[in-house]
Design a binder for this molecule. Sequence first.
Ligand code: CLR
Length: 264
Amino acid sequence: HVLMASYPYNPPENRYNFYPHSLRNMDELCASIVRAHRETSQYRVEELQVLRWKLFSREEIQAYQIKSVDEMWQHCALRLTDAVQYVVEFAKHIPGFRMLTQNDQIALLKTGSMEVVLVRMSRFFNTENNTVFFDGKFARADLFKSLACGDLITAVFDFAHDMCALKLSEHQLALFSALVLINTDRPCLEDRGKVQRVQRTVELGLRYILQRDNQESLMHKLYQKMAVLRSLCSLHMEKLRWFSQRYPLTVHSLFPPLYKELFA
Ligand code: CLR
């Protein structure tokens, strides 16, 4: 298990083995999730703001577009795996996550890490020109043409656009990401009860900060987004199955082991 290897099981600090009865604990819980998000988010919002108008040139776009299908897939799989690794780091720092059985931690990451990457994509998205930060510059959907899965790319870009429209704060985004990850609806959970306790805590945390921000109506919209995420991820898996049927050797020998372990 690559995920296990990159993932030494440290006995948890028991500090957070609580069900937050007091607001003080609630503040602490939210603060640690926000910190975990900040420390694993690759770029700060201000840094991305500066890069916002750094677009690929026509020649650079073309260079991506004439790549072969398998070359471009391999390239994107690398970028995605990178992003997933940060999400794994994020997960490890969500209070309560390390208290789950190792099997359940892996089960949650298997289904949830890609969803969190897509939630995070909204931070890397410029809605004014519908571009995403990729390989150091901002790219429109047509740059990904050579992947030959236009419907997935369109759906992913639409989702990022819709997420941006919610204008979530970094705190809200952090708590929402944690809730996407800690989800009892995932298959193959061993100790659903334990996952449920952590899930309820994170959900309370999200409700708590939405209330504090006077934006309780967001909760309903965020649950709708969770449903969209699910369909995007099954579309991603469908595309991956299609790709690995056509290029089994590329997947076998050139895809990052973590990507294969999580999705293939
Ligand atoms: C998401 C937020 C992360 C940084 C990051 C890295 C890679 C990006 C990803 C973000 C968004 C989605 C992305 C991806 C690389 C390729 C992928 C642009 C910005 C597109 C949608 C192609 C998917 C192709 C698969 C079918 C292989 O913190």
